[in-house]
Design a protein around this ligand. Structure first.
Ligand code: MN
Length: 431
C-alpha cells in the first residue's frame, strides 16, 4: 500500500500570507481542502479553503501545474479526482507554495473570496453513494436494541457490510431536511400507520470520496486501494428509525434513509491526511483475521484515521435564547472495524465499477460507552431514556426545528490540526 507521504506541505512552521489561516481551527495552510462554491448568483467554481477565505482555482489556473489546469476549469471535482495521484500531489504542493509566498499575494488576492459571502455546493456530481456499517460499537449497540441475544450477525467480522444508498438526495451542509412520511408499525398496531416519522435520527459518519475509478469487471486490490481515495468529508445519514425497523428485513434500509443525507462540502484530501494516519486497532482476541483479499500489512500499520468526531444539537429554543449548541457526543474515528481501504477493495471485489466522485459512507461511528454514541437511537436506548439538554429540554429523537451539527478535527503530535468544516442541517416539519 502506498499512502500519500508527509512532505513540506504539512510543515507546522509554514506561514501563509492569508492572515485568517494562521491558527485557523479548520483550514490552516496545512489543510487545503477542495470544494465547489459560488462567489455570486451565477457562477460555480472549484476552490480551496484557506482560513476564512476561498481561493478560486480556475481564476489562477495559469499559476498551477499544466497537467491539472483543464480539470480545474469545470464546476465539479469529478475531473480533479480522476487525475493520477502525482498530479493531485503537484497541485497541492503548488497551492501550498503560492499561499505561503508573500510575493504572490498581489496576484492572488483578487481571487480570494470571503467564505461567509459564498454559497457551497456538492463537491462532485455523485454517480453513486454506498453506505457501510463499519462502526463496530454502533453495530453492536443497535444490534443489542434489535436482537438482545444476537447483536452482531455472523457475517459482520468477515464482510464489510454495506447497502446502496441514494445519491440523488445527498445535500451539502446548510440545506434543511424535511421530516419524511412513511410506513411504521408500532408493536401494538395490527396494520402499519402512514405518516411523519416519530423517530427521526442522525448518524455520525465519515464520507469517503472516490478518486481514480476502476473499470467494470476490474477489482481494486487492497495494496492499491489508497490510490483510489481522493479525500474525506463528514456525512449525516439521516434515519427514520420507525420506518427502518419495519422495512429493513430482508433487504436492508430503503426509505428510512433515502430521503436525505447531508455532507460537509469541503473535501479534506488524502494528501492532507498523511500525518494523521494511524494503525488499525488490533481485533479483539478470538476474532477472525480479515480474509486475504482484505489484508495488507501497510493498511493495518497506517490505514486508520486519527480524527476526533463530534455531534452538536441546537434546538429552536436554544437559538431563540441565543445559547450555544450542546455537544451530544465526542469520539475517535478509529472505532471502525474495517479501514476505508478495505471498504473500497470489498466494494470492487466483485468487479463493480467505482467512479471518480462516488461517495462511500463508513457507517455510524460510535464508542463503546455513551459519551461517543453517534446516534440518538443509541443515546436514548431506542426511545427508552430521555437525553437531557442544558436548557431543560429533553430528546429521545429529533424534533422539528432541531439543528444537528457534525464536526471533525484530525490531530497528531508535532503537526498542525486540520478540521473538516461543518456538516449542519435543521429539521423542517413534515409536508
Ligand atoms: Mn448509515
Amino acid at each position: 500500500m502506498t499512502f500519500p507521504q508527509i512532505d513540506e506541505t504539512h510543515d507546522p512552521a509554514l506561514k501563509s500570507w492569508v492572515a485568517s489561516a494562521m491558527g485557523h481551527a479548520d483550514f490552516p495552510v496545512q489543510n487545503l481542502p477542495y470544494g465547489v462554491f459560488s462567489p455570486d448568483r451565477d457562477t460555480r467554481r472549484i476552490g480551496v479553503a484557506i482560513g476564512d477565505e476561498i481561493l478560486d482555482l480556475a481564476a489562477i489556473a495559469d499559476l498551477l501545474p499544466l497537467e491539472v489546469r483543464e480539470a480545474l476549469a469545470g464546476t465539479t471535482l469529478n475531473a480533479p479526482f480522476a487525475l493520477p495521484s502525482p498530479d493531485r500531489l503537484a497541485l497541492r504542493k503548488s497551492l501550498s507554495a503560492l499561499l505561503c509566498d508573500a510575493v504572490r499575494e498581489a496576484a492572488l488576492r483578487p481571487h480570494l473570496h470571503a467564505a461567509s459571502q459564498c454559497a457551497m455546493h456538492l463537491p462532485t456530481a455523485i454517480g453513486d453513494y454506498t453506505d457501510f456499517y463499519v462502526g463496530i460499537h454502533h453495530a453492536t449497540n443497535i444490534g443489542k436494541l434489535l436482537r438482545p441475544d444476537n447483536p452482531l450477525l455472523p457475517n459482520y467480522k468477515y464482510v464489510p457490510i454495506g447497502y446502496h444508498g441514494r445519491a440523488s438526495s445527498v445535500r451539502p451542509s446548510g440545506v434543511p431536511v424535511r421530516r419524511p412520511s412513511g410506513q411504521r408499525k408500532p408493536p401494538e398496531a395490527e396494520v402499519p400507520l402512514v405518516g411523519p416519522t416519530a423517530r427521526l435520527d442522525y448518524e455520525l459518519e465519515l464520507g469517503v470520496w472516490i478518486g481514480r475509478g476502476n473499470a467494470l469487471g476490474d477489482t481494486v486490490p487492497i495494496e492499491r486501494a489508497a490510490d483510489h481515495i481522493a479525500g474525506f468529508c463528514l456525512l449525516n445519514d439521516w434515519s427514520a428509525r420507525d420506518f427502518q425497523a419495519w422495512e429493513y428485513v430482508p433487504l436492508g434500509p430503503f426509505l428510512a434513509k433515502s430521503f436525505q443525507s447531508t455532507i460537509s462540502p469541503w473535501v479534506v484530501t488524502a494528501e492532507a491526511m498523511a500525518p494523521f494516519r494511524i494503525a488499525q486497532p488490533p481485533r479483539p482476541e478470538g476474532d477472525p483475521s480479515p480474509l486475504p483479499y482484505l489484508w495488507d500489512e501497510d493498511d493495518q500499520a497506517g490505514g486508520a484515521l486519527g480524527i476526533e468526531l463530534e455531534v452538536h444539537l441546537s434546538t429552536a429554543r436554544m437559538r431563540e435564547a441565543g445559547t450555544e449548541a450542546h455537544r451530544l457526543s465526542v469520539g475517535p474515528a478509529s472505532n471502525m472495524y474495517w479501514t476505508v481501504q478495505q471498504i473500497v477493495t470489498h466494494h470492487a471485489s466483485n468487479g463493480c465499477n467505482l467512479s471518480p466522485g462516488d461517495l462511500l459512507g463508513t457507517g455510524t461511528i460510535s464508542t463503546p460507552t455513551p459519551e461517543g454514541f453517534g446516534s440518538l437511537m443509541e443515546l436514548s436506548g431506542n426511545g427508552k431514556t430521555k437525553v437531557a439538554l442544558p436548557n431543560g429540554e429533553e430528546r429521545m429523537f429529533l424534533e422539528d426545528g432541531d439543528e444537528v451539527i457534525l464536526k471533525a478535527v484530525a490531530r497528531a503530535d508535532g503537526f498542525v490540526p486540520i478540521g473538516f468544516g461543518e456538516c449542519r442541517a435543521v429539521v423542517l416539519p413534515a409536508a
